[in-house]
Write a protein that binds this ligand. Structure first.
Ligand code: PEP
Ligand code: MG
Length: 589
């Protein structure tokens, strides 16, 4: 076969080499039937039984997932199980059966169709990926209704396999025999899908979003999956295959070495300490966070708590969630960010649907200050949880001091109310802000007087600073963290924080980019917060640096004119400083 190359998102890192195994997934064909009045009750019963059976199957898979060494607490199917419990699905389907006199399959299809529609115009990755949960759960109930056997992936061909498919649910990924499945390629899915999170937690290299790949790969064909760069090579030539085998060996050896070193201090050769924290989205990531040596949580994106469902989480439910995290991480610091979500992206309510430019619209803190009951509930849950550990509260997308003052006033009022009711709360819960909008960079000296810490969100800072939509593939080549403007914005923010004596960290993806580490050391940042998998590698690089050398590199970079020049320079310098193989020195492309 002729060699072909494909490029897409590197969803889960690592190198996989194996034979292609195609798994088809097609929609389930069902009959649409009108039913008699006398059949309504039995039809409703049949549907209820299929839902119960589906929930039992999910619970069984969850139990199986718990057996993966080191990932005991993976509970990721919870959103599918909760979805099956949801009134929307069950009651609406039953209402369709009763009112329209149609069979359960048809009624379920109608319900799923309207739920999918509700999620359809949403651009946010999180929601697109939750739509997948609806599909997986719906597919399962439909299969059970029709008496299909449970999806079984345990009967796969022998040998090292790379699964090529349109879509797999987290449950299906979890039930793959790991000794044979070396990687997988999916047409659907994004970085934030639960399937992506599972594949990273199980450390199976993966590439998602590879358009129409299933029809372009032959069964049994040799594949090389480069989950670091997001490259798939079908039928590689002998030389390429040999090169990749060597890269794979080096990668695996390096991973082992890196993991052995996670207990070493996070400091440079000349003793400059920088805390390496983890970003987290769901509680199930905690074992992996601890395993990779995180010193705390630098960013907990609480949006996840709000979007895996059809209603808003209550204060009590949020409180429980925050307390669990604080206790599991104790005495480490846990930085919890208040919800960062656009109004048009709320699953519940759909109140602000028609924003032409949602990235610049009513999102994050702006939305919270407009939807005060929502915000107050979250703040109350956080303040109540504060007595159980080392909590810091972080506010997203601050663009001016008035927003900070308003939030502080709300917090004071909630604390007063709590004191009146004798509800315990820590005296001082540090309050910080994300610096991710240029307006915040330019007023950082003013903002620093009002808050306890800054966390620089480079993902959005690059988007807003360079005017590059972070989800628009047409301009993704222009999205460059090493643009001189980005580096200057970070430097300016750090200087303002230092002048005011407050802590400053970076929590965007750039925090884990090997090429940027020396710049952050040169700036003397207090902490970097990143995807837990990146921590061991960043630690290794950090420990090979010195503060003095990093300061010199930063000074030189600040004299340079283009991102290209900076990238070339850093690759050369970092390549000689750090023992990490050069191919890891990429910069978020
Ligand atoms: C950021 O913008 O850098 C950030 C960390 O926040 P998010 O990616 O959640 O917008
Ligand atoms: Mg952001």
């Amino acid at each position: 076969m002729k060699t072909r190359r494909f490029q897409s998102h590197a969803t889960s890192p690592g190198i996989a080499i194996g034979s292609a195994h195609r798994l088809g997934h097609h929609g389930i064909a069902f009959l649409k039937l009108w039913i008699r009045d006398s059949d309504v009750e039995s039809e409703v019963m049949r549907f209820r039984e299929a839902v119960v059976k589906s929930k039992e199957q999910i619970t069984r898979v969850q139990a199986k997932m718990c057996r993966f060494e080191g990932h005991e607490q993976i509970n990721i199917l919870e959103s599918q199980r909760l979805f099956l419990q949801d009134d929307m699905l069950v009651n609406t389907t039953i209402a369709h059966v009763k009112e329209l006199r149609i069979n359960a399959e048809w009624a379920l299809d109608k319900t799923l169709g309207s739920l999918r529609l509700a999620f359809m115009n949403v651009q946010e990755d999180y929601f697109r990926d939750r739509r997948q949960d609806i599909d997986y759960a719906g597919r399962r109930v439909m299969s059970n209704l029709m008496g299909h056997p449970e999806i079984s992936l345990s009967e796969l061909p022998e040998g090292d396999l790379i699964i090529v498919t349109h879509d797999l649910s987290p449950a299906e990924v979890a039930s793959l025999p790991r000794e044979r499945v070396r990687g997988f390629i999916m047409e659907a899915g994004g970085m934030t899908s639960h399937t992506a999170i599972i594949s990273r937690a199980l450390e199976i290299p993966a590439m998602f979003g590879v358009k129409e790949i299933a029809d372009q790969i032959q069964e049994g064909e040799t594949l090389v999956l480069d989950g670091i760069k997001g490259i798939l090579i079908a039928s590689p030539n002998a030389r390429e295959l040999e090169q990749y085998k060597q890269v794979q060996q080096k990668y695996q050896a390096l991973e082992q070495i890196l993991l052995q070193e996670i207990h070493l201090p996070t400091e440079t050769k000349d003793g400059f300490k920088i805390r390496l924290d983890a970003n987290m989205e769901i509680v199930e990531e905690i074992p992996s966070i601890i395993q990779h040596g995180a010193e705390g949580i630098g960013l907990y994106r609480t949006e996840y708590l709000f979007i895996n469902r059809m209603d808003e989480p209550s204060e009590g439910e949020q409180y429980e969630n925050y307390v669990t995290i604080l206790k599991k991480l104790h005495p480490k610091t846990v930085t919890i960010r208040t919800i960062d979500i656009g109004g048009d992206k709320l699953a519940f309510g759909q109140r602000y649907e028609d924003q032409i430019n949602p990235a610049l619209g009513l999102r994050a803190i702006r939305l919270c200050l407009r939807e005060l009951p929502l915000f107050r509930t979250q703040l109350r849950a956080l303040l109540r949880a504060s007595v159980h550990g080392n909590l810091r509260i972080l506010l997203p997308m601050i663009s001016g001091i008035d927003e900070v003052l308003e939030v502080k006033k709300i917090i004071r009022t909630i604390k007063r109310e709590m004191a009146q009711k004798k509800v315990p709360c820590k005296d001082k819960v540090p309050l910080g802000i994300m610096i991710e909008v240029p307006a915040a960079v330019f007023t950082a000296n003013l903002l620093a007087k009002e808050v306890d810490f800054f966390s620089i969100g480079t993902n959005d800072l690059i988007q807003y600073g360079l005017a590059i939509d972070r989800v628009n593939e047409l301009v993704s080549d222009l999205y460059n963290p090493l643009h001189p403007a980005v580096i200057r914005m970070i430097v300016q923010t750090v200087r303002a924080a230092k002048a005011a004596g407050i802590q400053v960290s970076v929590c965007g993806e750039m925090a884990g980019a090997p090429l940027a580490i020396a710049l952050f050391v040169g700036m003397e940042l207090d902490a970097l917060s990143m995807n837990p998998i990146s921590i061991p590698r960043v630690k290794k690089i950090l420990r090979a640096l010195t503060r003095e050398k990093s300061k010199r590199l930063l000074a030189e970079v600040l004299e340079m004119q283009t991102a290209e020049e900076i990238e070339k320079f850093l690759k050369k310098e970092m390549g000689s400083i750090s023992p990490i193989h050069n191919r890891h020195l990429s910069i978020l492309k």
